[in-house]
Design a protein around this ligand. Structure first.
Ligand code: NAD
Ligand code: IPM
Ligand code: MN
Length: 359
């Protein structure tokens, strides 16, 4: 077990492959990830957790009651996907994925959207490099707060209340993180809200952006309403650099981001707790994809890129770059195997094997 994620060269990684295609992509990618770690002079212990919906169907819980305690000392967590057609999603997601994001205070959900060379965007005229933005999604509160309830079930006046929660601390820290990212990138930040309709929470968000912008005079700030932003991600995605948005809006916008850059199967993400107190968790943006599960055709590249983000977070920059670069090389090579979501007919294993041969 490591004590400090910055000074060791042996890491403890918790692996939660989860449901559906989660185990397919996580297991297929692991040997490649190990090779890259070895090549860069560090090792990691991967503790597999067979948590997920099978566990729920067998034992009535998605993860053990002390699941978070078991993960807490890890240097990072890697998760595949959660969600199963036989169990309602709110049960599975509130039993596994969401408690980790919240319990470990992983308040930055960082989601890069890059149009790689060799990938055809569904948007006409876009070429590699034309789309390159990152979404900073608030990941612990907002519309995902578990505040509310259902009353008078089954009666005519049945009522459901779901309150969104926007705290000053929670909003300031995600907005500040996004400004910092903009400083390191092109210097442009787009804050996406719905403050025309949601006059409390979203106007508050706008005020926080205004306050924090004083700390970053060199960053250009644009404010968009989420409906117009959805349109603009299709109409002018090349103009975005860093996007900051609430939990729900960030979720929705990153599916658009994934699709305009080629596929859900290419989109990586990190749920980042920037301090030392808790581990961060990395995962592909996609879900358990029940429509293709068991076919061996799930695209493993979102998983590989998420590992790249994990290594970068650990400070293993060279290994992170090696993973990102090998994916970039493969995509740029039109004779390389591709999974069906990218227009090819190769399987998950073939894509990973090809990556290994390119290292
Ligand atoms: P999804 O991301 O699982 O699938 C959407 C579409 O993208 C499907 O057509 C699927 O085949 C395709 N796709 C996704 N990943 C792919 C990959 N790696 N390679 C090739 N094609 C891929 O979203 P959904 O269908 O809305 O949700 C399915 C289940 O997953 C639900 O239970 C949902 O709640 C859950 N979900 C979980 C996560 C997560 O664990 N982080 C994220 C999204 C959805
Ligand atoms: C994602 C997913 C999750 C989210 C779901 C499965 C709860 O869609 O990671 O994008 O909304 O955060
Ligand atoms: Mn989503």
């Amino acid at each position: 077990m490591t004590t400090n994620k910055r000074t060791t060269t042996k890491y403890d990684i918790e692996l939660i492959p989860g449901d559906g295609i989660g185990p397919e992509v996580v297991d297929a990618a692991l040997p490649l990830i190990r090779t890259v770690a070895d090549n860069h002079g560090f090792h990691f212990e991967a503790t597999h957790r067979d948590w997920g919906t099978e566990n729920y169907l067998d034992h009535g819980e998605m993860m053990p009651e002390d699941g978070l305690e078991r993960l807490a000392d890890a240097d990072a967590v890697f998760l595949g996907a959660v969600g199963h057609p036989e169990v309602p999603d709110h049960v599975t997601l509130h039993g596994l994925l969401l408690p980790i994001r919240k319990g470990f205070d992983q308040y930055i959900c960082k989601r890069p959207n890059v149009l790689f060379e060799g990938i055809e965007s569904p948007l006409r005229g876009y070429e590699s490099g034309d789309i390159d933005f990152v979404v900073y999604r608030e990941n612990t509160e907002g519309e995902y707060a578990n505040v509310g309830g259902r009353e008078h079930r089954g009666l005519d006046h049945e009522t459901a209340v779901q309150s969104a929660l926007f705290t000053r601390r929670g909003t300031e820290r995600i907005v500040r993180a996004a400004f910092e990212a903009a400083t390191e990138r092109e210097g442009s930040l787009t804050s996406i809200t719905k403050s025309n309709a949601q006059a409390h929470s979203m106007v508050f968000w706008d005020d926080v952006v205004e306050d924090i912008s004083d700390e970053f005079p060199d960053v250009t700030v644009e404010r968009l309403l989420v409906d117009a932003a959805s349109m603009d991600l299709v109409r002018r995605p090349h103009e975005f650099d860093v996007i900051v948005a609430s939990n729900l809006f960030g979720d929705i916008l990153t599916d658009i981001g994934a699709q305009i850059t080629g596929s859900m199967g290419l989109a990586p993400s990190g749920n980042v707790h920037p301090g030392e107190e808790y581990p961060s968790m990395f995962e592909p943006v996609h879900g358990s994809a029940p429509d293709i599960v068991g076919e061996g055709v799930a695209n493993p590249l979102a998983t590989v890129l998420s590992w790249s983000m994990l290594f970068a977070d650990l400070g293993e920059t060279a290994a992170a770059n090696a993973l990102w670069d090998v994916v970039t090389d493969q995509l740029a090579d039109d004779s390389a195997p591709r999974t069906p979501d990218l227009g090819g007919d190769a399987g998950t294993e073939a894509v990973v094997n090809d990556l290994r041969s390119r290292l």
